[in-house]
Design a binder for this molecule. Structure first.
Ligand SMILES: [Cu+2]
Length: 176
């Protein structure tokens, strides 16, 4: 083990020990104490209401979770199922299909038929928005949601031979 690894290990142990000490201290401090004599009525009433407030919080959090979990990105990724297969080859791109819908996630499965290429994806204003290696015998997956309809361009971003500069695919269409 390197000295850095040892240091990190010891630091981690110290953190765990500190955490345990704090947890015990909190547990001890919140232990129910002996009831004071002459505690006022409204305090007792409030104490009786405590479980209901606890239930209220649990129900509220449950409702909020139920309302918002559907927006979590892992559901979006598997959503409407727009999948585009992009294959690079000397010297061009195969894009299937060449048209997708905006505002719905698109999964790109990027690969190559021969040598290493890279898929540089440009939006209609010419800004680079994605750059993925296209590797032979391997599929790289990227998910992208387009917000702007228009014609997008793919350019090769990995020098792959004498016509590398001609590997331009200008017609990837995003519809509204
Ligand atoms: Cu190329």
């Amino acid at each position: 083990m390197t000295s850095l690894g040892k240091g990190i290990g010891i630091g981690y142990l110290i953190f765990v020990a500190l955490g345990l000490i704090i947890a015990v201290a909190v547990l001890y401090s919140t232990k129910a104490g002996r009831r004071n004599k002459g505690v006022s009525d409204h305090v007792e009433k409030a104490e009786r209401a405590e479980p209901w407030w606890g239930l209220f919080v649990v129900v509220l959090l449950g409702v909020l979770l139920g309302l918002t979990i559907w927006r979590a990105p892992w559901f979006q990724d598997s959503g409407p199922g727009q999948t585009v297969k992009v294959t690079g080859m000397q010297f061009g791109w195969l894009v299937q299909p060449a048209q997708v819908k905006a505002n719905q996630p698109v999964q790109f499965n990027v690969s190559s038929k021969d040598v290493n290429h890279a898929m540089g994806l440009f939006d209609p204003e010419g800004r680079l928005i994605m750059n993925v290696q296209a590797v032979p015998n391997y599929t790289t997956t990227r998910t992208q949601t387009f917000t702007e309809p228009g014609l997008y361009t793919i350019r090769c971003f990995e020098f792959c031979g004498y016509q590398h500069a001609k590997m331009i695919y200008p017609g990837f269409k995003v519809t509204a």
